[in-house]
Design a protein around this ligand. Structure first.
Ligand code: SAM
Length: 237
């Protein structure tokens, strides 16, 4: 974090005193976890340096580092931007957008999110036009940046999970193309080697540059990767 970023930082970074107690609590939870998969998940969390770092630096999720790393390479976060964050819970990306100087940040998630000073957060569904209207209504103008880290709960049924993920990416792309300000940017989680061909074609038609980034904070074993599109041409093509 630069000095300027530290000065702007209003997040709960000061709760380091609590971290010893929380680590013990987490270890107890790990011991009591019922299923093998939840045990594996908790063990991985306990050993994950990004999880530890996020607690120390006051980020709500390790996902915050993915956006910071994406931005180091793609330079999508700018001061004074209006930012939309689709699938924002628990709020790590919102914290990063504010830290980088966004003037307005609105987020939406199916899950409730604790308030973040400087952001407007809605509990709702990106699939619901009324929820999308509320989200856009909270901004003073069209967004300069649309972020989507949306992920569906996995069912374990491969085809169903794949379909759900593809649908969320399409939803995010359509949202961005319908609402971004000209020159705006889009960043979305996609899976399995990148955006599907039809999605990629749509992005290439509507943005000046399109590329994929796998940030180091994204686990090597995870199929997730991010697509970044910059220079929105304006108007849906
Ligand atoms: C990986 S988490 C996002 C983490 C977030 N970027 C952060 O930094 O804290 C993905 C989120 O997408 C949300 N999501 C999935 N489908 C959604 C939908 N249709 N509308 C709104 N949120 C959705 C989930 O509820 C989940 O909280």
């Amino acid at each position: 974090m630069s000095d300027e970023e530290k000065r702007r930082w209003k997040g709960p970074g000061g709760d380091k005193k609590d971290s010893g107690r929380r680590t013990t609590e987490r270890k107890v939870i790990a011991r009591n976890a019922r299923t093998e998969s939840s045990k594996r998940w908790i063990e991985r969390q306990l050993q994950d340096p990004y999880v530890r770092k996020s607690k120390e630096e006051g980020y709500r999720s390790r996902a915050a580092y993915k956006l910071l790393e994406i931005d180091e390479e793609a330079h999508i976060l700018k001061r004074g931007q209006r930012v939309v964050d689709l699938g924002c819970a628990p709020g790590g990306w919102i914290q990063v957008a504010l830290l980088k100087g966004a003037s307005e940040v609105v987020g939406i998630d199916l899950l409730p999110v604790d308030p973040i000073e400087g952001a407007t957060i809605f509990e709702g569904d990106v699939n619901e036009p009324a929820d999308v209207d509320k989200l856009l209504g909270a901004l003073s103008g069209p967004p300069d940046l649309v972020l989507s880290d949306m992920a569906a709960n996995t069912t374990g049924h491969k085809q169903t999970d794949h379909l759900r993920t593809v649908t969320l990416v399409e939803l995010a792309v359509d949202f961005a193309i319908a609402h971004l300000a000209p020159g705006g940017a889009f960043c979305s989680k996609v899976f399995q080697g990148g955006a599907a061909k039809d999605v990629l074609d749509k992005l290439k038609l509507n943005f000046r540059t399109v590329k994929h980034i796998k940030p180091p904070a994204s686990r090597a074993g995870s199929p997730e990767i991010y697509v970044i599109a910059k220079g929105f041409k304006g108007g849906s093509k």
